[in-house]
Design a protein around this ligand. Structure first.
Ligand SMILES: O=C(O)CCC(=O)C(=O)O
Ligand SMILES: [Fe+2]
Length: 322
């Protein structure tokens, strides 16, 4: 990329509230805007895989921060018995947002992820309705699953066959995922269109011949819909591990779709820092009242500032009634 366009990208990032350290422009790693064709593929095929989605600096910082949440693979494999919780089930390595480090939390509100969700959902009025981290270690448990549609715990009804009102579900790979590393296996929609949407699981093995392994280097993103059949798979070699961040978006107002109530997660380490560091756009994804919302007045501005020391409430204060 030419220096001029790099500077433009930097300006655009600063305009959307992202901190860009002075003097780093020359070393900037480029971010990836997900092409429209990939988003179209999610509707046509049920999923898309885009390598190089996270820029290198964001990825490296997030990877370092993983070890505040999970044992490093070297430590785990040196003594798996010291970490018995990972042997208790397939989902034992799931951790819900927020995380102790901003370097992980900011991945969930990565500007190009928001941009992709807005284009996928065809509106800027969107919510981030679930964020997880998922760490898996070979041998801790058998991670093989049957093919299933994820909607069962993302909506209380079913997706529409005409693809209106979709949910955008993603896996951001934070470690390299090869065939050996328990990749997610997805089945293109065309192979399963005959299965009514009310059916959420298939027989084990029924679509093994059609499944596509979601492999890629760390920083790759899988975007899929909640009606596509897919499954978690087991590691194929010892000593391997896999770390991903699943993040899901919906249009605000589709009240039958949900998964997490954010207020219930505000006492965890990292929440306050995340809210302080986010831009108004990013906070909005969690339901924070927008600038201009009637919620804001002198009292709420003052008390929210007390709850979130260091937060810049100027964007909310400018239009607040007293
Ligand atoms: O971990 C994976 O690759 C997929 C898991 C999955 O599809 C699920 O638990 O719903
Ligand atoms: Fe799933």
């Amino acid at each position: 990329m030419a220096q001029g366009s790099r500077a433009l990208m930097r300006d655009a990032r600063e305009a959307c509230g992202e901190a860009v350290a002075p003097g780093l422009a020359g070393r900037f790693t480029e971010r990836m805007r997900i092409p429209d064709e990939n988003l179209a593929e999610v509707f046509d095929r049920g999923f898309t895989v885009v390598e190089g989605f996270l820029d290198k600096a964001t990825l490296a910082a997030a990877q370092d921060a993983l070890w505040e949440v999970y044992p490093r693979p070297e430590a785990y494999f040196a003594d798996p018995g010291a970490y018995p919780e990972y042997a208790t089930g397939q989902f034992a390595g799931l951790r819900f947002f927020p995380y102790p480090s901003w370097d992980l939390n900011r991945v969930a509100v990565y500007p190009d992820l928001i941009d992709a969700a807005e284009r996928f959902l065809q509106t800027t009025d969107i919510e981030c309705y679930k964020v997880e981290l998922w760490g898996k270690y070979a041998g801790a448990f058998d991670y093989d699953q049957v093919h299933h549609r994820d909607y069962e715990n993302h909506t209380i009804v079913v997706p529409r066959a005409d693809q209106l009102m979709p949910q955008m579900t993603c896996f951001i790979l934070l470690s390299d995922v090869t065939e050996l590393d328990g990749p997610t296996k997805t089945v293109p929609l065309e192979k399963t269109r005959h299965i009514p949407l009310g059916v959420t699981q298939t027989e084990m093995g029924e679509f093994f011949a059609d499944e596509v392994a979601v492999t890629g280097p760390a920083g790759t993103i899988l975007i899929y819909k909640t009606d596509v059949f897919h499954r978690g798979s087991n590691f194929k070699a010892p000593g391997r591990s896999r770390f991903v961040m699943p993040v899901d978006f919906k249009k605000r107002g589709w009240r039958w779709q949900n998964k997490m109530a954010w207020a219930d997660h505000t006492l965890k380490p990292g929440w306050k820092e995340a809210m302080v560091r986010m831009t108004p756009r990013q906070r909005d994804l969690f339901g924070w009242p927008a600038p201009g919302d009637p919620y804001w007045n002198a009292q709420t501005l003052s008390d929210v500032a007390l709850r979130y020391p260091g937060i810049d409430l100027a964007p909310y204060g400018a239009q607040a009634a007293c």
